[in-house]
Design a protein. Structure first.
Length: 168
């Protein structure tokens, strides 16, 4: 079950392995893209509601890595690791996301940033190695709702902080 944010299921060869979430953000796409590419921003909003993020290392370039821990509101720590596989400013970022560099269950994610007048439509598409891993992410970790909350946190952060800074 893929959520496109527009009420229609995604149709593709990998649809049974995907989670897709999108949202409009009232800010130019360059600012939304910047919030994803600079750790000073990313660590402030990344993750679902109630989570915080501690970055251990961050290098935003193709082949670079983001090694971090997400701290859940219940005190649970989640080890996370991302390597950037494609960067096309300010339109697209592709990455491999898992618990560690050699995680066999790591999934691919593509972020698309589409200008919508003075606003931005962002889409996060995660493709898991198997349908079972996708189903586990949705059922056990609430991936669709968590993705929506993460994009909500991004929207709130960009409009309150990044955009304000650009206007100063």
């Amino acid at each position: 079950m893929s959520e496109t944010g527009r009420g229609a299921p995604a149709q593709s060869a990998t649809a049974d392995r995907e989670v897709v979430v999108s949202r409009g953000i009232d800010a130019p796409r360059e600012l939304v893209f910047e919030a994803f590419t600079e750790v000073r921003h990313l660590s402030q909003w990344w993750g679902p509601e109630g989570f915080t993020t501690t970055t251990r290392s961050f290098e935003f370039r193709v082949g670079g890595e983001w090694d971090f821990v997400m701290h859940g509101p219940d005190g649970t720590d989640y080890q996370e690791w991302i390597t950037w596989t494609e960067i096309a400013p300010p339109e697209r970022i592709a990455m491999l996301h898992g618990e560690s560099r050699d995680d066999p269950n790591a999934f691919e994610s593509v972020l698309r940033f589409e200008a919508d007048g003075a606003a931005t439509r962002i889409e996060m598409r995660a493709v898991f190695p198997t349908k079972e891993l996708r189903d586990e992410a949705v059922e056990k970790y609430h991936a669709i709702e968590a993705g929506k909350q993460t994009l909500g946190n991004l929207a709130a952060y960009v409009t309150a902080n990044v955009r304000k800074g650009a206007e100063d």
